[in-house]
Design a protein around this ligand. Structure first.
Ligand code: AMP
Ligand code: TRP
Length: 331
């Protein structure tokens, strides 16, 4: 039986975070045996706002190294850099021509930035959900594993796939978003009402995968909790504690009940130390692999092979789309 296909990407702006790992990367790794996994570095998406070229280049390499260090295996998964496959931009444009402005206006990321009064927002940022739809539909995946914040974009992708299928006969598989039950939205340690994010202003609330054990431990020990002094999973009334429980549960596979039992009658100090131990152990594992990989040829080799495999799917797919739209003369 052929395996079902799964595809996802991560935007390499800034350092990858524990949120990226728990919500996305660790899931890709879990899926790579059972599914045909395609994982790419979404570098076209990170230039929607200004980037320092040197820093961007470093982040790109780091991101590939991190994919590998977290356990993605280039012999199983297809790992590539988005801009190496020109078909993304071309299909992205075609998607854009089929996306209504009303749909783009409803996308929360853009709405939030407008609401905050951010200036100099680019056309690329506005139309980025159309490009994301192209990223996905080029490969006809069955599933798209993402964290909670990306679900809306996958829903738009489904709408676009259906629109094309109605207008041009069946062209695309309609993909299903896969949002993990636990860990789809890891919150900031310093403000558990906000998502843990690479772009957080103060980085006290965000654990980076390259934080030293000491830095990570300190951030966890000073995580905001509450005065109820009970380790209980109750995101509404105890968002800080529940967030730490999500982190612990995702990294150990323990259920919330097991964690509650383990820490019944103990204080937040003990609990935080427990969470810090688990996080630090995982970071050390990842970092020791990262250090081996970052200066090896494995990054270039992985991307070259990944681009070859991705291209063999993307090229004929774009050609088919252009034929169906009546755009091509020479084949
Ligand atoms: P981004 O960093 O926005 O490119 O996100 C890459 C992937 O990580 C997406 O699937 C996100 O949904 C996921 N992700 C990002 N931040 C978090 C978070 N705090 N908790 C869970 N998943 C996250
Ligand atoms: N937009 C996603 C993010 O910011 C990254 C991304 C781009 C993506 N293209 C994708 C994720 C296709 C899944 C599928 O995290």
């Amino acid at each position: 039986m052929t395996k079902k296909r799964m595809l996802s990407g991560i935007k390499p702006t800034g350092q990858l975070t524990l949120g990226n790992y728990i919500g996305a990367l660790s899931k890709f790794v879990d899926y790579q045996d059972e599914y045909e996994m395609i994982a790419f570095i979404a570098n076209l998406h990170c230039i929607t706002n200004p980037q320092d070229p040197e820093e961007l280049h470093k982040n790109l390499k780091d991101c590939v190294a991190m994919y590998l260090a977290c356990g993605l295996d280039p012999n199983k998964a297809t790992i590539f850099l988005q801009s190496d496959i020109m078909e993304h931009a071309q299909l992205g444009y075609i998607m854009c021509c089929h996306t209504y402005m009303g749909e783009l206006n409803r996308m929360t990321q853009f709405k939030d930035k407008c609401a905050k009064g951010e200036k100099n927002l680019t056309g690329g940022l506005y139309t980025y959900p159309s490009l994301m739809a192209a990223d996905i539909l080029l490969y006809d995946p069955d599933f798209v594993p993402v964290g909670e914040d990306q679900k809306q974009h996958v829903e738009l992708t489904r709408d676009l796939a259906n629109r094309f299928n109605n207008r041009y006969k069946d062209l695309f598989k309609v993909p299903t978003p896969l949002v993990p039950k636990v860990g789809a939205r890891i919150m900031s340690l310093s403000d558990p009402t906000k998502k843990m994010s690479k772009s957080e202003e103060s980085n006290k609330g965000c654990i980076y995968l390259l934080d030293t054990p000491k830095q990570a431990r300190k951030k966890i020990m000073s995580a905001v909790t509450d005065s109820l002094n009970q380790v209980k999973y109750d995101p509404e009334n105890q968002p800080g504690v529940s967030n730490l429980m999500q982190i612990m549960s995702s990294l150990t596979n323990k259920s919330m009940e097991q964690i509650e039992e383990e820490y019944a009658g103990k204080g937040y100090g003990d609990f935080k130390r427990g969470v810090a131990d688990v996080v630090v152990e995982r970071l050390e594992e990842i970092q020791s692999k990262y250090n081996e990989i970052i200066n090896s040829n494995l990054i270039e080799e992985t991307l070259a092979e990944g681009a070859r495999k991705a291209s063999s799917i993307a090229k004929p797919k774009l050609q088919l789309v252009q034929q169906r739209l009546g755009m091509e003369i020479i084949r």
